[in-house]
Every structure is written in C-alpha cells, then in structure tokens.
Design a protein. Structure first.
Length: 114
C-alpha cells in the first residue's frame, strides 16, 4: 500500500464573552503530568480557568494556542503555525511564525460560499 502524506491537526472550541466587558476568551492553566504543564491553553479538563481579554492575551500560554487566538483576533478562519526544532513550548514573540490562511472564496466568513 502506498504511504500517504499525514499532518497533525489541532482543533479547539473558543469560548468568548463580551457582556459589558471587552471581548474575552476562557483559558485554563494546564496542570499535572501533561504537555505544557503550567501554561495557559484553551479549556480542557486540567487546571484553573480564567477569562482573559482577547486584545491583550497573556504571554504565559502554549505557543500554538496563542497563535490560534491571534489568528482568530485577526479574522482568519484557518491558520498555520510552524514549529521548528528548538522552539519553546511557551509563547515567545521572537519565535512567532503564525501564517493566517486566506479564505479561498472571498472576503466572507470561511464557510460562506457564494
């Protein structure tokens, strides 16, 4: 059988609120013997949860999670973040390689086809 290309894809639900506040997203601090323990990430079963302003995200986040929220804030429906050997797990402005993917069918929402 021919081997096909494969890629790791990570999809998350973003929980947002505005009601009288600036737009915020719900984050949780990863805890225990897990990847990126101690860093903020989108909610999962581990750690304390906190609301953070989308316009001023904290730096102590998992890098790929921060990239996804930055892409969301920029209006991108899909984004690619390249991780190179030696890159830190935590967000680092100097290693930010976020590449928003433009919508293929125009300026509308990614799933609004003409």
């Amino acid at each position: 059988m021919t081997q096909r290309f494969s890629a790791h894809v990570d999809v998350h639900l973003i929980l947002r609120r505005t009601g009288g506040h600036a737009e915020e997203v719900l984050l949780s601090r990863r805890a225990g013997p897990v990847y990126a323990s101690g860093l903020l990430h989108l909610p999962s079963e581990q750690g304390e949860m906190t609301w953070a302003p989308l316009a001023a995200l904290p730096d102590d986040m998992v890098a790929y999670c921060r990239a996804g929220l930055d892409a969301h804030r920029q209006g991108a429906g899909v984004a690619l973040r390249l991780q190179r050997p030696g890159d830190p797990i935590a967000y680092d402005r100097s290693a930010d390689r976020l590449q928003p993917v433009p919508a293929a069918w125009g300026a509308g929402a990614p799933f609004d086809r003409p």
